[in-house]
Write a protein that binds this ligand. Structure first.
Ligand code: PGA
Length: 259
């Protein structure tokens, strides 16, 4: 099952995950990172700025999880813009090596397949950063998504559109459709790191980590993966039945294991 690490603050979580990513890049200078957007991964990117200062990142690759369909890439809330602003620019990655699914309407029928081919061509994703939606989605795989799914167009739930309305002038401006790596794509990454902060995520975290494995709760797909690290703050851990055991395990973790 997933390793669950409960930390006091999002900032501490960001530091832990940034250490793991910096270690990966040190071992593998052409590491392939799976990048998430939204509020959750920001402490990781903040910490990475410090951890990776001065490192040679010229061969590091990145693949974003998802993108809105039909939103101009130059729109400030397109995930292309967000990834450029929050990750590529601050870390100094090569923009040509950081890919985001193409949400343009023209060619959308084959954009998913093209993205899968790009991921495959570089040998797959080494470490995938994940947030989780209040409805249990990972990437934009909404409830009902197949565990075998690959990158494709999905319809956002009303709940997700409401959750993301804070980034737009109103909910009406939140696109209806997205293109997202599938659960099958995510499960092929070699290490999954799921982060969640705040009480609003507690139910989704408990269901993903300890609930039944079900397409109705897409985050539960992580239970099928051999190497998953879940990093949560106390509020997001509130619904976990085995929280004490996770704390005990982490406190007694052999130093050689790493995340
Ligand atoms: P958030 O989104 O990080 O902005 O809460 C998480 C998600 O929807 O996957």
């Amino acid at each position: 099952m997933a390793e669950v690490v409960i930390v006091p603050t999002a900032q501490e979580a960001g530091g832990l995950v940034a250490d793991a990513i910096a270690g990966l890049i040190a071992r593998r200078p052409d590491a392939v990172l799976g990048l998430a957007t939204g509020s959750t991964p920001l402490p990781v990117y903040d910490a990475l700025r410090v951890r990776l200062a001065g490192a040679d990142l010229s061969r590091v690759r990145g693949f974003a999880l998802d993108e809105y369909v039909g939103l101009d890439p130059s729109h400030p809330e397109s995930y292309r813009s967000v990834i450029s602003r929050e990750v590529v620019g601050p870390l100094g990655l090569d923009p040509a090596l950081v890919r985001v699914p193409d949400g343009a309407l023209e060619g959308i029928e084959h954009a998913g397949e093209d993205y899968e081919a790009e991921i495959e061509a570089v040998g797959g994703i080494d470490l995938q950063i994940l947030g989780i939606g209040t409805d249990g989605h990972i990437g934009f795989n909404e409830p009902g998504s197949s565990f075998a799914s690959t990158t494709r167009v999905k319809t956002l739930t009303e709940q997700t559109r409401r959750d993301n309305a804070r980034f737009f002038a109103s909910i009406d401006d939140v696109p209806m459709h997205c293109i997202t790596q599938g659960l099958g794509t995510i499960l092929r990454a070699r290490h999954l790191v799921l982060l969640a902060f705040g009480e609003g995520k507690a139910d989704a975290v408990a269901a993903a980590v300890e609930g039944p494995v079900s397409a109705s709760l897409p985050g539960s797909a992580i239970q099928l993966h051999p190497h998953v690290t879940v990093v949560v703050d106390e509020a997001a851990a509130r619904g976990l039945a085995h929280a004490d055991y996770y704390r005990y395990t982490y406190a007694n973790k052999p130093a050689w294991q790493g995340l």
